[in-house]
Design a protein around this ligand. Structure first.
Ligand SMILES: Nc1nc2c(c(=O)[nH]1)N[C@H]1C(S)=C(S)[C@@H](COP(=O)(O)O)O[C@H]1N2
Ligand SMILES: [Mo]
Length: 516
């Protein structure tokens, strides 16, 4: 430990230990008072919210969910560098460390206050964490300064050994505080276990899915008509998903209504559960992409609920808010025109998973998820589009978000190889809430050939299609286009997903080989 004599490293370590001890205690306090977000994720969501729209949209398209991990890691690195720097600053003057930690506590405090449902208690972790940081820094640096103040001639002497021991004792105490706090915080963490317990509660009004006759064309390698929950795409902006027990969930319907309605989960299901096959689409789905899924949703229809609330004349939008603060604006007509817009409680016959919005999420056939499918929904304000901005519309995405007609080739895969001779091209097509009347495929630039279509229970789901072919040996291309029940042919004009959904025809290149 002779290195401790004049070393800066010891100061860096003191800053790191004090910082992480305070962070760990803040984490523990956040869990004890049941905040959704720990300190780092709280700041991560603040960073997400203040990031320029271009950066958010770029990372939505290019990084997907990885952007959350990257943000988290960057914050940890920055925080670590900060802690180390504060240790070095404290070597010059103790109060510089106090100020340094103060800046970090202020940033965290601002983040905590900006989170949905924040109150003054949300500041508690920042305050307690800050006090621990400053206290630990004081204890550590005071001992360290005393140790390093000894003249070189005293090193390894009796006083040196005593002061070194004192420093090590304080170090051990600080490290133990950090370790124990993190451990307790993990144990006290979000009530995920309680939610899993809730999910085992049977709801008799929910029935198991039965895929309608004829919907499945059963082509090997094609996407299943009913998307299993575990394979259903996941999109949301939450760094930590809300874990809400049935007994804690509440929905408020208010704003431009005659009758404000407040419902708990029991009130909701008491209104009766309806069920429907609904395909859910993400606006970020590229032509041929997989941000789409089809499931058997059980839930309470929004039409009757809103009729009871009685929207006032002039209202044209519903601003939905999630427990995590995410918002979207939904056209009021899409919720009241008789389609199966619902507050869903189950997917494929099972209560929603936490990731898909337990205990209640909105699903609206015909609208992209970003304007409608609020997970962990807790608030619906009847309003006008002129008066609101929602999470994605603030970032340049379209206001209304109707799903665009599209079709996709799933078999053969792009770049894949098939056997020459009799073969099959297959995939799915959708024009939600209008329905698909025809799907055509052109092979190697040849004529459009009409495909066989699966029979679907409503216009709100995707449709499977297939076409039998006789393929010569060699390279091939196939392109698909759909026609909806209004007679509209899917446009070949290529559009990017931003601002309101991709268009264009999906094509694949593949080769047919003999004798396989
Ligand atoms: N709370 C919350 N709900 C949300 C979102 C979100 O970011 N937060 N994203 C929406 C988007 S963009 C889509 S496409 C769907 C995806 O739902 P899923 O993850 O269950 O497939 O959820 C919607 N609901
Ligand atoms: Mo989405």
């Amino acid at each position: 430990m002779a290195g401790v004599r004049r070393s800066r490293v010891a100061w860096v370590l003191a800053g790191l230990m004090a910082g992480y001890a305070g962070l760990a205690v803040a984490y523990l306090v956040a869990e004890l008072i049941n905040l959704r977000l720990d300190p780092v994720n709280s700041v991560a969501e603040l960073v997400r919210d203040v990031m320029p729209a271009d950066v958010v949209n770029w990372s939505r398209e290019n990084l997907g969910t990885d952007s959350k991990h990257i943000t988290f890691i960057i914050i940890i690195v920055v925080v670590t560098v900060f802690f180390a720097g504060i240790g070095l600053l404290a070597r010059r003057a103790w109060w510089l460390g106090v100020v340094g930690f103060g800046v970090m506590a202020l940033i965290y405090g601002a983040a905590a206050l900006s989170n949905n449902g924040a109150s003054s208690t949300s500041l508690l972790p920042a305050v307690v964490g800050y006090l621990v940081m400053v206290g630990a820094l004081w204890l550590l640096t005071q001992r360290l300064a005393r140790l390093q103040a000894l003249p070189d001639t005293d090193v390894y002497g009796e006083a040196w050994h005593r002061r070194r021991r004192e420093f090590l004792v304080v170090t051990a105490a600080v490290v133990a505080t950090a370790a124990v706090s993190s451990l307790l915080a993990r144990l006290a963490g979000r009530d995920v276990r309680g939610v899993e317990q809730d999910r085992k509660t049977k709801n008799r009004q929910v029935s198991a899915p039965e895929v309608p006759d004829g919907a499945r064309l059963d082509v090997e390698g094609a996407a299943a008509w009913m998307t299993p929950v575990a394979e259903f795409y996941l999109i949301d902006t939450a760094f930590v998903k809300p874990a809400i027990r049935y007994r804690d969930w509440q929905l408020r319907i208010h704003g431009m209504v005659e009758n404000e309605i407040v419902l708990d989960f029991e009130d909701l299901v008491a209104r009766g559960v309806d069920e429907a096959w609904i395909t859910l689409n993400c606006v970020s789905n590229e032509v041929g992409g997989d941000l789409i899924g089809n499931a058997w949703f059980s839930g309470v229809l929004l039409g009757p609920l809103l009729a009871e609330a009685k929207p006032l004349a002039g209202a044209d939008a519903v601003l939905q808010t999630s427990d995590d603060g995410w918002t979207c604006g939904t056209p009021l007509t899409a919720l009241t025109d008789g389609r199966n817009a619902m507050l869903a409680i189950a997917m494929n016959g099972e209560p929603l998973t936490i990731e898909h919005g337990f205990p209640v999420r909105t699903v609206v056939p015909g609208l992209y998820g970003y304007v409608s499918a609020t997970k962990w929904v807790v608030d619906m304000e009847v309003t006008t589009f002129g008066d609101i901005e929602a999470y994605w519309t603030q970032r340049g995405w379209g206001e209304l978000g109707p799903v665009k007609m599209s079709s996709r080739i799933e078999v053969p895969s792009d770049g894949g190889q098939v056997a020459a001779g009799p073969s099959v091209v297959a995939g799915s097509a959708w024009s939600q809430h209008t329905g698909i009347s025809k799907v055509e495929v052109s092979v190697d630039g040849g004529p459009w050939q009409a495909c066989e279509l699966g029979t679907v229970p409503s216009t709100d789901t995707w449709v499977q299609w297939r076409l039998e072919l006789d393929l010569a040996e060699g390279d091939h291309t196939a392109v698909v286009r759909a026609t909806d029940k209004d007679g509209q042919v899917q446009t070949s004009v290529v559009a990017d997903v931003l601002p309101d959904g991709a268009t264009g025809w999906h094509d694949v290149s593949f080769s047919a080989a003999a004798g396989t």
